[in-house]
Design a protein around this ligand. Structure first.
Ligand SMILES: [Zn+2]
Length: 195
C-alpha cells in the first residue's frame, strides 16, 4: 500500500491527477514527470511543510500517511489528530493514522483480495482522492481493531471544520474512517479528479 508519498508519486499519472485535484498545476496529465509536474510537486511539498510547522507533527506512521493527503486534508487531519491524541493519551493510549491515499491500482489490488476486504474498486473509495484517512488505536506497539476509543475520538469530528466521520454513516458504519466533506461521494470526487 502507499504508506509513503514516494509510493503515490511513482504512479506519475495518478500523482498528476492528485496535484490537479488539489489545485496545483502539473500541466498535461501524461505520466511524464516534466518541468511543470516537478514545480507543482515542489509547491505541494512546500505547503505541506508549512502546515506541519503551523499545526504540529506526530508519530512517524501518522506523518507518512498524512504526507499522502492533499494539503487541505493534511490541515484537517492534523487539527483532528492533535485533539484525538490528547483524548486517547489521557487513557494511556495513542491514535495513529494508518492509511491515507491509495492509487487506483492499489485500490484494485485490494478489491481482488480474498477474503474480501473492500467493495470499492479504483475510483470508488474516498481514499483514491487524497481526502480520506483511517486511524488505529494503539498502546505501545499493540494495535486494537476494536476499542471504545474509536467512538470517543470520533465525536471530535464536530470540532474540526469540514470533516466527516465514518462512524456517523448509517448503511456502513466505518469508525476508523475520516474524510473531507467537500465531496460527499466518491462519484462526485471522481468526476472532478478525472477531468
Ligand atoms: Zn477509510
Amino acid at each position: 500500500m502507499a504508506d509513503t508519498l514516494a509510493q503515490v508519486q511513482k504512479d506519475v499519472q495518478f500523482w498528476q491527477r492528485l496535484l490537479t485535484f488539489a489545485g496545483y498545476k502539473p500541466g498535461k496529465i501524461d505520466g511524464v514527470n516534466g518541468r511543470k509536474t516537478k514545480a507543482a510537486t515542489h509547491e505541494w511539498l512546500n505547503d505541506a511543510a508549512h502546515l506541519k510547522t503551523e499545526y504540529g507533527s506526530f508519530d512517524d506512521r501518522s506523518e507518512r500517511n498524512i504526507a499522502t493527503l492533499t494539503p487541505e486534508a493534511q490541515r484537517a487531519a492534523r487539527i483532528w489528530l492533535k485533539a484525538a491524541k490528547a483524548v486517547a493519551e489521557a487513557e494511556g493510549y495513542d491514535v495513529r493514522i494508518i492509511c491515507g491515499t491509495r492509487t487506483y491500482k492499489e485500490q484494485d489490488a485490494l478489491y481482488r483480495k480474498r477474503p474480501r476486504v473492500t467493495k470499492a474498486r479504483g475510483g470508488q473509495s474516498m481514499h483514491n482522492f487524497g481526502i480520506a484517512w483511517d486511524i488505529g488505536i494503539f498502546k505501545g506497539k499493540e494495535y486494537f481493531g476494536d476499542h471504545p476509543l474509536y467512538a470517543k475520538v470520533g465525536k471530535l469530528y464536530t470540532q474540526t471544520p469540514g470533516i466527516t466521520w465514518g462512524g456517523t454513516w448509517t448503511s456502513f458504519v466505518d469508525q476508523p474512517h475520516y474524510q473531507l466533506s467537500l465531496y460527499a461521494t466518491s462519484t462526485a470526487a471522481r468526476t472532478e479528479f478525472e477531468k
